[in-house]
Design a protein around this ligand. Structure first.
Ligand code: ATR
Length: 284
């Protein structure tokens, strides 16, 4: 009997993850004898989980890692690529010649989503990124790598933005929330990486933002996808800006992992998107 190829997503908690829906859709479509399993692992047990994975005993060929294990996953992998090394965090693991390898595909997913819906996004002279958490890091890296020469990171806790500016050096500058209006002026791209507007978080107090001061043809995007159309996106749309939602980032970040584990590069289609949208509508 041919053995099933098994991959996983781990986190704590991880039940809310939509990744199984995405990978199972591609497995079905390509008629691959594979599985994508949800494995909840506590922080205390994560090192053991990685040890089992590394040794091949777990039976998995690799998987995705989400909050709060991304830094540990990077630290415990044998080999990490440049992207993961700079971020100090991994979301995708795979075994290669018996060695546990790691990368981070969040930035790839972010860029691929904008490439699809707003192809000239990387022509912006300057970008404004709201938030300074883990997601912000991966996005700063990608925005820099795509050649945007001024990146303003705005955060409620300005010291966290300053840490990122120090880490990435030029072209990243840190600002407090009060500076948002000023840095938005003339900017070509605004990205919300903060949890502002997310279901179940501090969604009620999203401040009014004047996006009209941005460059003509500026793009506003939110990596929050619950709700799919966030309060910030609604605001920007009403002010006549082009907006891109964050669901595509989730879909595209899954592509490199699937290819590593199952050997076929999958395609992000509208049918897949609709499946996830339907699930979001049912579950949130
Ligand atoms: P992740 O790793 O997913 O990016 P995180 O590290 O918890 O998540 O970061 C969440 C981001 O949302 C932070 O930038 C946070 O600001 P602080 O660094 O000041 O905590 C931001 N955030 C959350 N709630 C916010 C609010 N009500 N107003 C402004 N920013 C908020």
């Amino acid at each position: 009997m041919v053995e099933q190829i098994r991959a996983f997503v781990t986190g704590f908690p991880v039940k809310h993850s939509r990744s199984p829906l995405i990978h199972r859709h591609w497995l079905e479509l390509a008629k691959i004898n594979g599985s994508y399993e949800i494995i909840e692992v506590t922080p205390e047990n994560f090192a053991d989980f990685m040890e089992n994975l590394s040794s091949g005993r777990s039976g998995f060929v690799g998987g995705n890692v989400t909050i709060p294990h991304k830094q540990q996953a990077f630290a415990l992998a044998v080999k990490a690529d440049e992207i993961a090394v700079e971020l100090g965090a991994a979301n995708t693991l795979w075994l290669e010649d018996g060695r546990l390898c790691a990368t981070n595909t969040d930035g790839y997913g972010f860029a691929a989503n904008l490439d699809q819906w707003a192809p000239r996004w990387d022509q912006a002279d300057s970008a404004v990124i709201l938030g300074a958490g883990g997601a912000s890091r991966a996005i700063i890296q990608t925005v820099r790598d795509r050649g945007i020469s001024r990146i303003h990171v705005v955060n409620r806790t300005v010291s966290r933005a300053a840490e990122l500016a120090a880490r990435f050096g030029r072209p990243v500058e840190a600002h407090p929330l009060e500076a948002l209006g000023e840095v938005l002026s003339g900017a070509g791209l605004f990205i919300n990486t903060s949890s502002l507007g997310m279901h179940g978080s501090a969604g009620g107090d999203v401040p009014a933002i004047d996006f009209s001061v941005m460059a003509p043809d500026a793009i506003v995007t939110d990596i929050v996808y619950t709700p799919l159309v966030t309060p910030l996106m609604t605001m920007a749309k009403q002010q006549g800006l082009k907006v891109v939602d964050g669901l595509g980032m989730l879909l595209h970040q899954a592509v490199p992992g699937f290819e590593k584990w199952f050997g076929i590069r999958p395609v992000v289609t509208d049918i897949l998107r609709q499946r996830i949208v339907a699930d979001l509508e049912n579950r949130t």
